[in-house]
Design a protein around this ligand. Structure first.
Ligand SMILES: C[S@@+](CC[C@H](N)C(=O)[O-])C[C@H]1O[C@@H](n2cnc3c(N)ncnc32)[C@H](O)[C@@H]1O
Length: 202
């Protein structure tokens, strides 16, 4: 068992995770031509399934086996194909630079670990491929996201975690109406930190 997966296995078994894609991903990725996509810390795949329905060839990587089983079930129901990989994303290395889009949504491993993940994510991108990162800002402490303030994001923390191999096009705070909360009755707005970047050529 991958340690990071244990808590999430229980959480996904006990609460249904939302199925709507992140509105900020929809805003930024809707106009991209479909290609190969990678979703790191995918959960049950709400973002990947939206992309797959638009023609993207998606690979989902997560520590939680329950999340990936649920993603497979959702994909089957939606009539789309996905690939799943169960692994710890902190320390994971891509086999090659083959993806046109990498999604890192609401992962929150802490700034140093996030820097490792984003460096690997950038390494997985083709030249000019896009990196989408979103997570809860520190102001959400006690409302949305992890209870450990060290794991929450800020613009400064995300800025420090982004590798020099990407060119940052957006790095900003945005308000999300429907956060990816596991609590079904909790839909109050949360403040998200968003980055949208593209892999530098060469
Ligand atoms: C808050 S959920 C976000 C799921 C999805 N990205 C979304 O936005 O709906 C965090 C996900 O990251 C996964 N995760 C956390 N730490 C991880 C790690 N070290 N390696 C792989 N997956 C991890 C969890 O299993 C969980 O599915």
């Amino acid at each position: 068992m991958i340690p990071a997966g244990q808590m999430w296995d229980r959480r996904f078994s006990e609460h249904e995770w939302p199925s709507e894609p992140d509105p900020l991903l929809v805003e930024l990725a809707a106009s991209l031509p479909p290609g190969r996509g990678l979703d790191l810390g995918s959960g049950p795949g709400r973002n990947s399934l939206w992309l797959a329905a638009k023609g993207w060839n998606m690979t989902l990587l997560d520590a939680s086996g329950v999340a990936l089983v649920q993603a497979g079930q959702r994909a089957e129901k939606a009539g789309v194909r996905i690939e799943t990989v169960q692994a710890d994303v902190v320390g994971w290395q891509p086999a090659g630079a083959i993806y046109d889009l990498v999604v890192v949504a609401n992962l929150h491993p802490g700034t140093d670990a996030l820097a490792l993940v984003l460096s690997a994510a950038a390494g997985a991108l083709v030249a000019d491929g896009h990196l989408f990162v979103v997570g809860h800002d520190l102001v959400n402490l006690g409302r949305h996201g992890p209870p450990d303030p060290e794991r929450l994001l800020s613009v400064d923390r995300l800025s420090r975690a982004l590798p020099a191999t990407v060119s940052v096009e957006k790095l900003e705070l945005r308000t999300r109406r429907s956060g990816p909360s596991a609590e079904p009755d909790e839909d109050d707005a949360d403040v998200a930190v968003l980055a949208w970047a593209s892999k530098r050529a060469g």
